[in-house]
Design a binder for this molecule. Structure first.
Ligand code: AVJ
Length: 336
């Protein structure tokens, strides 16, 4: 029998917000993340074990991901930044000053902040499942941009995208950069984009960045770098699961794997057991054979025609696209 551990209790959904309050007294961080334990246990007990990629982002995982974005092999972040730097004047001219910028998966908010000077939003809403990073980032940004009203939402927007009444309904620009849409299998990606479209209102737009299909060696190096930072990022999910579920994963028992599946057009990240072992948690356990894997992430790669088709199916009408010279990454502005 596993030793019972004390688990943090979390109400299933909560608005850290009472009735009407003066604007200055409202919280800057609203947390509605659901309880994770049931979902994680179900994933571990599935015939092909899986842990959802959102659990990669505890405090350390968020910092490891930041480190990944600086690796020579991980071209995505800097390629997207260079495309945005070139296209943002045109985007800003289309969107106009004073929009409400809604940042989906804001992380350290750096990408969105790099657009503030040109875009001049009136309101900035940062949504992310990683609450620790969000609070810090927003506090920092407030100092530098006192003219922009800011709000953080700790939310798993893959299951809900609930925008409180303080978020203005008009002139929204939803920002979904970094190819994060690639974490979703095609049906879920379409569902999420349709949800995003519904949050755009009748005059809103979506600015999205996606990674494009390319040479397997380039892709695999980006997800299995020489320094081992991506390996640490992947393995760290086990520490997070140990805390969330009270499980007893030993990180040293697992190996990081990242492979491109060209027919499915996705990088898959897995953790592979080094030997036969048993993992236990309060109320459950799972046996793994040596070399058995836990699937931790899909990272889909797109081509431009499919991407435009996907955005249209989600309800966007006009789509403008910018890419880099190598056509490794694309940024799209899609309007309702
Ligand atoms: C943040 C989901 C876009 O898939 O490239 C980086 C996460 N995983 N290295 C990606 C990630 C491994 C990243 N996204």
């Amino acid at each position: 029998m596993p030793t019972p551990v004390k688990l943090p209790s979390r109400p299933s959904a909560r608005w850290r917000q009472g009735g009407p309050a003066p604007l200055h007294a409202l919280p800057q961080l609203i947390d509605t993340r659901p309880d994770a334990r049931g979902e994680i246990a179900a994933g571990l007990l599935a015939e092909s074990a899986a842990i959802a990629p959102k659990y990669l982002y505890d405090a350390l995982g968020s910092r490891l991901f930041e480190a990944i974005t600086e690796l020579p092999e991980y071209y995505l972040t800097r390629t997207e930044a260079s495309i945005l730097a070139r296209s943002i004047p045109e985007i800003a001219a289309t969107v106009g000053r004073g929009c409400t910028l809604i940042d989906l998966g804001a992380g350290n908010c750096e990408k969105a902040a790099s657009l503030f000077g040109t875009l001049r939003p009136a309101q900035y809403v940062a949504v992310d499942i990683a609450e620790d990073m969000l609070g810090h980032a927003i506090n920092g940004l407030r100092q530098s941009w006192p003219g922009i009203e800011m709000l953080g939402l700790a939310q798993d927007f893959s299951s809900e995208l609930t925008l409180p009444p303080r978020v203005r309904a008009q002139r929204r620009l939803l920002f979904y950069p970094g190819s994060s849409i690639g974490n979703f299998v095609p049906g879920d990606a379409l569902r999420l984009l349709t949800l995003i479209r519904s949050r755009c209102g009748n005059d809103g737009k979506l600015l999205i960045g996606v990674d494009l299909v390319k040479d397997a060696a380039v892709l695999e190096a980006a997800y299995d770098d020489a320094l081992g930072v991506t390996a640490a990022f992947n393995l760290n999910v086990l520490n997070h699961v140990n805390r969330l579920l009270g499980a007893d994963f030993a990180v040293a028992d697992w190996i990081h794997r990242a492979l491109f599946d060209r027919s499915l057009r996705r990088i898959e990240m897995h953790l592979e057991a080094r030997r036969d072992l048993v993992v236990t948690w309060p109320g459950g356990q799972r046996e793994f054979r040596g070399s058995e894997r836990i699937h931790t992430e899909n990272s889909y790669k797109f081509d431009l025609p499919d991407l435009a088709a996907l955005l249209k199916r989600a309800g966007f009408e006009r789509v403008s696209t910018w890419t880099d010279d190598r056509r490794w990454f694309a940024v799209c502005l899609a309007s309702a």
